[in-house]
Design a protein around this ligand. Sequence first.
Ligand code: G6Q
Length: 545
Amino acid sequence: MNATALRNQPAWSALQAHYATTKDHHLKQYFADDPTRGQRFVAEAAGVYLDYSKNRINSDTLRLLLQLAVESGLRDRIDAMFRGDRINVSEDRAVLHVALRAPRGASLTIGGQNVVPGVHAVLDRMAAFAERLRSGDWKGHTQQRIRTVVNIGIGGSDLGPVMAYEALKHWSDRSLAFRFVSNVDGTDFLEAVSDLDPAQTLFIVSSKTFTTLETMTNANSARDWLLAGLNGDSAAVARHFVAVSTNASEVARFGIDTDNMFGFWDWVGGRYSMDAAIGLSTMLAIGPAHFRDMLAGFHEMDEHFRTAPFEQNLPVLLGMLTVWYTNFFDVQTIAVLPYEQYLKRFPAYLQQLTMESNGKSVTLDGKPVNYATGPIFWGEPGTNGQHSFYQLIHQGTRIIPCDFIAFLHSLNPLGRHHDILIANALAQTEALAFGKTATEVEAEGTPTQLVGHRVFTGNRPSNTILLDTLTPAALGKLVSLYEHSVFTQGAIWQVNCFDQWGVELGKVLAQRIVPELESRADPMLSHDSSTNNLIRRYRAAQRRD
Ligand code: G6Q
């Protein structure tokens, strides 16, 4: 199927016609017409409850969206991924992050080779290391116990680990501290280590390629900082550095003992690697047993995605709703609003997952798309966002579909806090959907000149995603839910969710300008006049002119 073919799908045309006739239908009316709507437009699997009734859809919308999924070959795409086909066509790679959470004894193959035993071999090595470090058996160069772990990585080698650490802090060993350094801005590194004792610090250099400029710059500074604090004894590196990478030779060149390297594979994309060895910091924090619980949660949602009929399939439903808003309502952004403080980095994590995966404008065969693809994802935890940007969601001119994520039980029960938190989440979805009419505002005694300001048009869509408690398994389910929702969207748009040429570009471009900023001699500049001028201005400030 080529790009034009998507727009020629019978379901696509039917959805266009359906949109034209239903686009102004108000959620208030949908709910009035069907008092059971709030129980009908729901789905539950793997302990995740999805209420999608407050979306601008009816049964026909749903039927047509699922028909579009069928016509777009979503089933084949799912099967191809789980079969280990090289579905990352632009990099000629299989995409098998689902194998990272397959139980011991399962079989997922690439080119006839079962990759699951290799996955568990690495998990076992990680677990052995984690036990040693957590028990204090692993000592630093001066025989002191490690008290702080600093993960150095960026993008997929940072956002997953930091999100998971924050999300699962409740389950972590509080006698160990964790820091995450990603930015090449020296402030990030210096602030992270300013109060640390090198003798008690372990660095994890997390880099799939082990060539990423930011990570290697930070890793080199970390090595200098360590050696400066430990009398320059380079033997210390082996006790204070471990690596997570696919590139053993570069790891060895850096001076890290490859016995302390934890590998993964080219069939794991960076943004899909938090449950591979890139999750080493997570395992050190929460311990191997909890880490395995997290993997089991991922796996449960993977199996649901792989096997459940589309109409009950949570990732498919979430993904197709995103397609509905993106391609028919011309929605530009989607807000993700966790009512759970521990998920404060979840929106940042999701930004990479969603936008690096589906921010594409050519199809799998390299042809330009003639429809919109990945929307912008953003968000903040509730209730904080309510006191800032929710204004625009309630009363602005744009439709911003929202995912409200909440847990039935708090990990930190404290007086009435949780009841108030959840009441806010529910109240927001209600207000967004139903709004407040001028008549209602007037009935409250509002002065006439203020009525317009206080009207809420409503009809603003949202999903509510409820889980029981934020356990490691719950986090795995939630991440897997979004991973497969992204996959579903990508299958409809026929884009490659698994490459990132836009990110690669940045890696190359900076390498060209660095020497031009640093050279002693005046460089021959051949950029545009703006870039040339900015380079000269920087050089002048450094007195290199
Ligand atoms: C993720 C991307 C990107 C990558 C980083 C770090 O899917 O590919 O964010 O994770 O650029 O790359 P390394 O792990 O190779 O340092």
